[in-house]
Design a protein around this ligand. Structure first.
Ligand code: UGA
Length: 459
């Protein structure tokens, strides 16, 4: 099949490469010629495992090419995927300017029947608007259809996810268009869900909002566990064994970040507010998530009796999660900004995200290191902020010999409490009954008040 993919971000570039890997003839379009030159030279603008090899394979086989011209990209396309960004607008809405602009460009150049498919995450009503724009801009006699086919890939596993989707959702007002788009995905075992525009648009937002809510629930239970002396890992593992709940996305940590959950949860809340529909449960998820990283810094502050000024922290992790170099809405950045705001210095290491973090965080009171141990010499504590698997394998005796104080704040529950404490550390995690947690529970005046009122917590 002849496919055009507009946009070379996470969804577009991975989509182009994967569609070509499936044997289609694919043209990727982006206005940024410098970015296209890099991609063609084998330098990926994003870190995604498997992506460079797949792009190189498509270019070598001759069924994947790139252009900065929409007209050229869509010339022979039967299906045109719009994969441009929908960042958060000022009011919490999704900013659709790129999507609508691309729709206009497609309309102005289209000279044959094609299905125009939005893969970008777009709110209810957008596909109808795309259709209207195409009606206004295409030459008379040129036929087209519009479909919505939201993408469910996660960063860091995007190539695998596109090859192994849990479902393919295709929404349109044209049954023929749905079947044409289904052709692209029909070799995959995943179910194809055929529906209208609004259902397809909402399935994506509802999925992300519910996943975010699961995480927030685990984070809330972690807060409770900190106070009652229970282990949130044990609790959520057992809760997740119920097939009605499911085991995934119940890991407590520093709250959800990234380029998707924050903007999508905001956009869903914005849609409801525009319709004057209260969604207090969703508001609870948003508000609770905003507090998780603050609670973590509060822990650090409690341990140091509120005196963070002049302290140095060895920080591991800058990316919003493991497997990516993306730092957008990264909880790690938020923690670092708070530590710096309180007068602390930070030395940080991330296996992939340093370059992007420098752009966002600069270098004031912040030094970037080339390996985890370089961050530690003479530091007042080690702080783990991203769940890179390599942090699980730290040489703890080396860590102990480098740090000024043997103190670890683990915002991602990466380490085994028993082992860390046996190695002589004071250890803090998220919702785990560690030696460090017991120390600060004794210092927290609100908590102490509850204890003396006879609640008897965490004794
Ligand atoms: C998310 C969804 O998982 C994808 O299905 C969706 O397609 C994508 O958004 C999107 O809309 O484009 P992504 O943002 O790449 O993917 O990352 P996730 O793996 O979902 O993680 C999001 C955040 O939640 C991260 O900050 C992560 O550390 C955090 N998280 C995740 C937890 O704190 N606990 C968990 O158990 C899982």
């Amino acid at each position: 099949m002849n496919i055009c993919v507009i946009g070379t971000g996470y969804v577009g570039l991975v989509g182009s490469a994967v569609f070509a890997g499936w044997g289609n003839q694919v043209v990727g379009v982006d206005v940024d010629q410098a970015k296209l030159d890099m991609i063609q030279a084998g330098v990926m603008p994003i870190y995604e495992p498997g992506l460079p090899e797949l792009v190189a394979q498509g270019i070598r086989r001759g069924n994947l090419r790139f252009t900065n011209s929409t007209a050229e990209g869509i010339k022979d396309a039967e299906v045109i995927f719009i994969c441009v960004g929908t960042p958060q607008g000022a009011a919490g809405n999704a900013d659709l300017s790129s999507v609508l602009q691309v729709a206009r460009q497609i309309g102005q150049s289209l000279d044959h029947y094609a299905v125009v498919v939005t893969k970008s995450t777009v709110p209810v009503g957008t596909n109808q608007r795309v259709k209207e724009i195409l009606q206004e801009t295409t030459q008379q006699g040129v036929l087209f259809d519009v479909a919505s086919c939201p993408e469910f890939l996660a960063q860091g596993t995007s190539v695998y996810d596109m090859d192994h989707p849990s479902r393919t959702v295709i929404g349109s007002d044209s049954p023929e268009a749905i079947e044409l788009v289904a052709e692209v995905f029909k070799h995959l075992p995943a179910a194809i869900i055929r529906c209208g525009f609004a259902e397809a648009e909402l399935i994506k937002y509802a999925s992300n909002a519910l996943l975010a809510t699961k995480i927030t629930f685990a984070d809330s239970m972690a807060s409770l566990c900190d106070l009652v002396g229970a282990d949130v890992v044990l609790v959520m593992d057992a809760v997740g064994k119920d097939p009605r709940i499911g085991a995934m996305f119940l890991r407590a940590g520093l709250g959800w970040g990234g380029s998707c959950f924050p903007k999508d949860v905001e956009a869903l809340a914005y849609l409801a507010s525009q319709l004057s529909l209260p969604l207090p449960q969703l508001d609870g998820t948003r508000n609770t998530n905003r507090r998780v990283h603050k609670r973590f810094v509060h822990k650090i502050s409690l341990y140091f009796d509120g005196k963070l000024d002049g302290k140095t922290f060895a920080v591991l992790g800058l990316a919003f999660k493991a497997g990516t170099d993306d730092t957008r809405e990264s909880p790690a950045k938020k923690v670092i900004m708070r530590l710096r705001g309180a007068g602390a210095r930070v030395r940080a290491y991330d296996p992939k995200a340093t370059e992007k973090a420098i752009l966002d965080l600069g270098t004031t009171s912040l030094e970037y290191c080339d390996n985890p141990y370089e961050t530690m010499a003479g530091a007042d504590a080690l702080v783990i902020l991203t769940d890179w698997p390599e942090f699980k394998g730290l040489d703890l005796s080396r860590v102990n010999s480098l740090l000024k104080n043997p103190v670890i704040f683990d915002g991602r529950n990466m380490l085994d409490p028993e082992t860390v404490e046996r190695e002589g550390f004071i250890y803090f995690a998220m919702g785990r009954p560690t030696n460090g947690q017991r120390i600060i529970n004794g210092k927290d005046t609100t908590y102490v008040a509850k204890l003396t009122n006879g609640a008897g917590l965490n004794k």
